[in-house]
Structure formats: structure tokens, C-alpha cells
Design a protein around this ligand. Structure first.
Ligand SMILES: C[S@@+](CC[C@H](N)C(=O)[O-])C[C@H]1O[C@@H](n2cnc3c(N)ncnc32)[C@H](O)[C@@H]1O
Length: 374
């Protein structure tokens, strides 16, 4: 069995742990910003295909206390790199450092690369070249309090980049976070889902993928592990076939997205089409004040209204939050309203019974998911 570590945005760890358990991961342990677990190699493939809330899936191969770039170099060079790669393969190193004697992440990454290349040059006369776009061996170096963990990175390009959202709008939600928030409220596709401030459409699109049981990594053309020495192509192909077969084609409930801005709705529609679910989501241009339930069966309204980072904006937004609350009360009885916001003062203007409030990080900003009963 191999030990792995899947990283995620802070707050998502318990949800990621649940996803891992459902993939039959062993020894699942929630950490800060990620979850440690163990399993066979095929589990790594499964994780890259199926995890909705993870950012990357790492296989730690070295742990060492390092107090200088030279100590890091020596530690990396002490490994026998021919175990994992050949000098003909390409390589890239991503690094983050925190509270350590090593302060420059780019320099630390360079020392790792130098150590590997020097070892190959000395032993074979050849050395791997660097490819940061599509490396065959992607490495992740994490140094905190002078403790370094070097890992093989199974995904390199973050797993939240599903490939359906090429253009960024104002403040789109990270796809992995949006999926995690839907999992947090246990939305599983059996009740209607509406986002009346949908922006680029992340909630309805991630919702459609959850409801269809669509593996988020299925559209990804390439993962670094496909170039690893132990890559098992038949197993990978079988897992992809299994994922395709597991996917439903239709939704049993309405999925709706609307926004006051026509250009934003157009964008959401394009994103949904790129995600293969354009025909399954009803998009309209509408002010949230005019939003009405799409059917009699109650479901979930999930949104992240603007929360104003500049002074002055908050006053205007106060009226928006009050209106949301009034509309929910008047027109959406028995629906659950779920609001993700970084501004607790605005959230408190929503005059509905609070079921639960959970913290999540949106980048470096602490936000909360507020669950209300309309
Ligand atoms: C923070 S963004 C939502 C981002 C979205 N979750 C995404 O992933 O792209 C807030 C959205 O609320 C929309 N909005 C602001 N006021 C609105 C209103 N009165 N009615 C409907 N939408 C509104 C904005 O146009 C913007 O797209």
C-alpha cells in the first residue's frame, strides 16, 4: 500500500475525507489543508478521476528536516531517482515554503531540480529537462518550519480546473469549493437546485455533474502519472470506461441558474455547454428579486451574492441581502436557502431561521456557508 496526501482548500477536509472513504481509501486522516490516506496505485487514478473537492493528489517520497538550500539539495540527492524516472523524461517542481530558514520557494524548487539532474548527469551523462506545462514527473515540495516533504504530484494542473471555464468572470467560485459546498448541504441531485445569482454558473454546473454522477476528471486529457514507470494503462482505461458507464444522461429535477447580467448568463451557458450539461440547465437573465421556484417540489437555493470588499459597497449590498431574505420568505416556502459569503454582517441581514453556519476558506478569505430554512 502507498501513502498519499490529497490537498484541498481549508474547510473542505472533512468532505474530502468522506469522498476518499467512498473510494475505499484506507487509513484516512484529516489534516490541515488536506487528507492523508493509503491505497494501491489504482486508488491514485480513481482519486484523480473522481475527487470533486481535492486540488492535487500527492505521493510523499521524502521527508527531511532542512535548514538551508544545501541541506535540501543533499536530502534530495540521497534518493535514487532512477526508481521513479529516466533522464529522458521531463520534470517540474512546484514549491511552497512557510516559517522556514528557506524563504525563496523558487530557489528551493531549483535546488530540488539541480539535485535530480546532477545525479543523473553523474551516473549516466544525461539529465532530464524541465517542462512546466506537461511534466512527466511533477514534484511538489512543501516546507513548513524547516520540515520538507517532497512528493510526486499525480495531477500537476490543479484538479479544480475541470476545463469547462476558460474565461474568468468577476469573482467566480473555485469549482472544487463549489462542489464541496453542494456536498456540505448533502445535495445529491434528487431535489431541484437553483442559483439566482449564478455568475459563471459554477453551482449549477457542478450540481449537474454531481447529479449525473459524472467523474470530474474524465475530461482531463492527461495526468503526469500516465508517464510514470509503473503506469498501468489497462487499469487506467478500465477505470475511465467504468466512469463513462456510471454516468447518467438525464436529470430527474430542474437545475436553474439566473443572473441579473445578460453577459454573465451567456458566459454561464457557454461554460455549461463546455461541461456537456448545457442542455440540462435552464439559464435565464433575471434579478433575484423576481426569482420564483421552478416547480412545486421544494429544493435547494444555493448562491454566493457579492459581499463587497470595499467600503461603501456594503451599504448597497445590505439592501440586496434584505431583498433576498424577503423574496425567500414570500415566494419560496419550504426551500432551503444556502448563502456563501465572506461578510457575516450582510449574512445576518437575512431574516430566516439559521439551520447551520460552516466556515470555509475562499482563497485566503474566511467565508461561511449559511444554511437557512425559508
Ligand atoms: C460573486 S458572483 C457569483 C459567482 C458565481 N457563484 C460563480 O461561480 O461564477 C455574484 C453574482 O451576483 C450577480 N448579481 C448581483 N446582483 C444581482 C441581482 N440583484 N440579481 C441577480 N444577480 C445579481 C452578479 O452579476 C454576479 O454574477
Amino acid at each position: 500500500m502507498t501513502r498519499y496526501f490529497a490537498t484541498c482548500a481549508r474547510g473542505l477536509e472533512p468532505l474530502l475525507a468522506r469522498e476518499l472513504a467512498s473510494l475505499n481509501a484506507q487509513q484516512v486522516e484529516v489534516g490541515r489543508g488536506g487528507v492523508a490516506f493509503a491505497g494501491e496505485r489504482s486508488l491514485l487514478y480513481r482519486c484523480c478521476l473522481w475527487l470533486r473537492t481535492a486540488i492535487r493528489v500527492l505521493q510523499p517520497i521524502l521527508e527531511a528536516d532542512v535548514h538551508s538550500p544545501d541541506e535540501l539539495y543533499d536530502a534530495v540527492r540521497s534518493l535514487d531517482w532512477s526508481r521513479w524516472m529516466t533522464p529522458e523524461q521531463t520534470l517540474a517542481v512546484d514549491c511552497n515554503v512557510r516559517d522556514s530558514a528557506l524563504t525563496h520557494s523558487q530557489y528551493a524548487a531549483r535546488r530540488v531540480k539541480d539535485a535530480i539532474c546532477d545525479q543523473f548527469r553523474e551516473r549516466t551523462g544525461r539529465r532530464p529537462s524541465v517542462d512546466t506545462q506537461q511534466p512527466m514527473i511533477a514534484l511538489n515540495l512543501h516546507v513548513a518550519k524547516n520540515h520538507a516533504i517532497l512528493s510526486l504530484d499525480g495531477s500537476w494542473v490543479s484538479l479544480h480546473k475541470r476545463g469547462y471555464r476558460p474565461i474568468q468572470t468577476i469573482a467566480p467560485l473555485n469549482e472544487a469549493l463549489a462542489a464541496g459546498l453542494l456536498l456540505q448541504v448533502a445535495w445529491d441531485g434528487s431535489t431541484p437546485l437553483v442559483d439566482p445569482l449564478c455568475g459563471s454558473g459554477t453551482f449549477p454546473i457542478e450540481g449537474a455533474w454531481i447529479a449525473l454522477n459524472r467523474a470530474p476528471g474524465l475530461t482531463r486529457k492527461w495526468f503526469p502519472f500516465q508517464a510514470w514507470r509503473d503506469f498501468d494503462r489497462p487499469v487506467w482505461n478500465a477505470l475511465r470506461d467504468e466512469a463513462r458507464t456510471a454516468m447518467a444522461k438525464k436529470l430527474s429535477v430542474p437545475l436553474v441558474g439566473s443572473d441579473v447580467r445578460q453577459d454573465v448568463v451567456d458566459l454561464a451557458q457557454n461554460n455549461a455547454r463546455a461541461a456537456g450539461v448545457g442542455h440540462l440547465i435552464q439559464f435565464t437573465t433575471n434579478d433575484v428579486r423576481q426569482a420564483r421556484p421552478p416547480c412545486e417540489t421544494p429544493g435547494v437555493v444555493m448562491c454566493n451574492p457579492p459581499y463587497g470588499e470595499r467600503i461603501g459597497e456594503e451599504k448597497e449590498l445590505a439592501s440586496l441581502y434584505r431583498c433576498i431574505s424577503a423574496v425567500a420568505r414570500k415566494y419560496w416556502p419550504r426551500w432551503k436557502w444556502v448563502i456563501f459569503t465572506g461578510n457575516p454582517r450582510l449574512a445576518k441581514l437575512v431574516d430566516l431561521p439559521v439551520i447551520r453556519k460552516t466556515p470555509f476558506f475562499n482563497g485566503s478569505l474566511e467565508c461561511h456557508l449559511w444554511e437557512f430554512q425559508a
